[in-house]
Design a protein around this ligand. Structure first.
Ligand code: SIN
Length: 328
């Protein structure tokens, strides 16, 4: 009888252990934008692919719209193991690797094709994996697009924003960029931008078309000036502890799913950029201002000195490689 009891107890404990082992690995993916953006769609595609390929083994929970963390908090949360995947804008990594500031330099990349060449090249790939000592693993770059300026007042040339308050991401390059044109940059979380604009606590902001549209900034801004003055792209990151703690097969399948989700998100980004620009025009709520070459040159002349200010931190070799990517 005693032997039977012991055997039953052993079986019960084996059952409990086996159940615990077979519980799916929970992957929380936190981001700050709406679901109908390139990043929102990419995150959902990753969930779809990962769960279909690893049925019962992983469960991906996507939290959009800063529901879980702001970008400032999410990188720390990754390091602490409170969340598994995030995709903050490249501008938000400055304190983890100052070289990533290269992506914020105004008027550096001619277009998204140049950005793509740089990111896929040796220097871009090196940057992707440059934060492992901080326990952050880069899984890939994701595009959004070039930034435009939105404002309560019409903007054509740099003097039009002198003394005006603009929300920026937490980036010293962006701060210097606005100071170069005598505007007042304010580092604020993305989640606060709509209210800041609506209450007129700030005069304007800079975003690609998809964010200005999806987050409804255009509804509380009278003008968007098409400056294409800088880039807003993302780094999809995970924590080294989580990533390298996964079984090899699971990690490989998740990486494959992420690569495909990013390719999908990049296709959407290219398409949505133009579509959301048109949506904003069609809304009739905001006037889109197209500037002349001479007016654009005024922005370039005013903002380009910022490159020199950050050259030491970024490294001239990296800056040269980025510039080189403008050549086909
Ligand atoms: C995002 O697209 O993730 C938000 C970028 C920002 O903070 O402006």
């Amino acid at each position: 009888m005693k032997r039977l009891k012991t055997t039953l107890l052993m079986l019960a404990s084996l059952f409990v252990t086996a159940t615990a082992w077979s519980a799916p690995i929970e992957i929380k993916f936190s981001h700050v934008v709406a679901e109908n953006t390139p990043k929102g769609q990419m995150a959902l595609k990753f969930k779809e692919l990962a769960e279909a390929r690893l049925p019962g083994q992983v469960e991906v929970k996507v939290y959009p719209n800063s529901q879980l963390y702001t970008d400032a908090a999410v990188l720390q949360a990754l390091q602490l193991g409170d969340v598994e995947i995030a995709a903050p804008a490249l501008s938000k990594f400055q304190k983890y690797n100052a070289q990533l500031q290269v992506f914020d330099l105004p008027f550096l990349f001619n277009d998204m094709a140049a950005v793509d060449r740089f990111q896929k090249g040796p220097q871009g790939q090196k940057l992707l994996n440059s934060m492992t000592s901080k326990m952050l693993v880069g899984l890939g770059y994701l595009h959004n697009g070039m930034k435009q300026l939105s404002s309560n007042d019409p903007i054509r040339v740099p003097s039009d924003i002198a003394g005006k308050k603009f929300r920026i991401m937490t980036s010293d390059v962006l701060q210097a960029q606005y100071e170069a044109v005598h505007a007042i940059p304010l580092k604020k979380p993305f989640a606060e931008v709509f209210t800041l604009l609506q209450t007129r606590a700030i005069d304007g902001q800079e975003s690609p078309w998809s964010n200005t549209y999806a987050s409804k900034f255009f509804e509380v801004q009278s003008y968007v000036t098409e400056t294409n003055h800088g880039l807003l792209d993302y780094l999809v990151v995970t924590s080294a502890e989580f990533w390298y703690g996964l079984p090899d097969g699971v990690r490989a399948t998740l990486k494959q799913s992420m690569d495909e989700a990013i390719a999908y998100g990049n296709e959407i980004a290219a398409r949505q950029d133009l579509e959301d620009r048109q949506h904003i025009i069609d809304s009739g709520k905001t006037k889109v201002i197209t500037i002349t070459d001479a007016e654009r040159q005024q922005w370039v002349d005013a903002m380009k000195p910022v490159w020199k200010m950050f050259e030491d931190e970024i490294g001239s070799d990296l800056l040269d490689a980025a510039l080189q990517s403008n050549q086909q």
